[in-house]
Design a binder for this molecule. Structure first.
Ligand code: MLT
Length: 267
């Protein structure tokens, strides 16, 4: 059962066509700070913390992707954005696809970053439930330890960047992390949605992503009509964080070419 949508903490910066950034797990909206700074001079950039994460309250129980999409819809109504370009990274991409399913009329464009449309295998879902139990017993550090080695490209030696990623993950609260794990485990398959997508779509991934390998992004781009695929070198799972200048350049160019850099006449 989907509980009612909640108010999210968010960043809302700049003016222009709205771009909405959805972070991955177990992160928060601060992971997008280099995108917010680079784009706010030409766009209205909105970045919420997803339910249970970042500055939001964390409630017990699973956080479904459908609930996260409903929370986002409520926020966009409050902010009177009209149609938006939605940019979702990893779990944020799962939420973006749930949003496509529930609120297709709200979309102008879609950017899927290091994510996938398929649901968890039985084994992967069981692994998430086991990790949820571990977080309950040991705290968030259990998930930080498991994920930290998979976030950046393997050859990444930048100590400051590694510390920043660890810091972003470590501030997540156990109930929110557990909720997201259980919610991801029960998310439905979104593959059938891809052929119905009728908005410009960009798919971006890091060449060295081991958490969601580039083959997943290739499959996404192959299934979506006219999708553009960009595989950025020297980047792992957190491609936009690790290679912000390159990522921002790719995003800006795509927005311009897809005619999304000026305001939506239909709003
Ligand atoms: C994420 O980065 O959001 C997660 O790793 C996604 C996942 O675990 O499937």
């Amino acid at each position: 059962m989907t509980s009612k949508s909640i108010s999210l903490r968010y960043t809302d910066a700049g003016q222009g066509p709205p771009l909405v950034f959805l972070h991955g797990f177990p992160l928060n909206r601060k992971v997008w700070h280099r995108q917010i700074e680079a784009l706010r001079s030409s766009y209205r950039v909105i970045a919420p913390d997803l339910r249970g994460l970042g500055d939001n309250e964390a409630q017990p129980g699973p956080t479904t992707m459908a609930q996260c999409a409903a929370d986002l819809h409520t926020l966009l109504q409050q902010l009177a954005t009209g149609r938006v370009v939605l940019i979702g990274h990893s779990m944020g991409g799962y939420v973006a696809l749930a949003f496509v399913r529930q609120f297709p009329e709200m979309l102008r464009g879609l950017v899927l970053v290091s994510t996938k449309a398929g649901q968890d295998s039985a084994e992967a879902a069981a692994g998430r439930r086991a990790m949820a139990k571990k977080v309950e017993a040991e705290g968030v550090q259990a998930v930080v330890d498991a994920m930290a080695p998979k976030m950046l490209a393997a050859d990444k030696q930048d100590a400051r960047m590694i510390a920043d990623v660890l810091g972003l993950m470590a501030t997540s609260r156990p109930a929110g992390v557990i909720g997201a794990l259980l919610g991801m485990a029960e998310r439905p398959d979104s593959t059938a949605l891809l052929v119905q997508l009728a908005v410009p779509t960009l798919v971006v991934t890091g060449a060295d992503d081991t958490l969601i390998p580039p083959s997943e992004s290739e499959a996404l781009a192959g299934a979506i009509r006219n999708a553009q695929l960009k595989v950025l070198p020297h980047a792992g799972h957190l491609v936009a964080f690790e290679q912000p200048d390159e990522f921002n350049h790719v995003l800006k160019e795509w927005l311009r070419r897809a005619d999304l850099a000026s305001s939506d006449e239909s709003n």
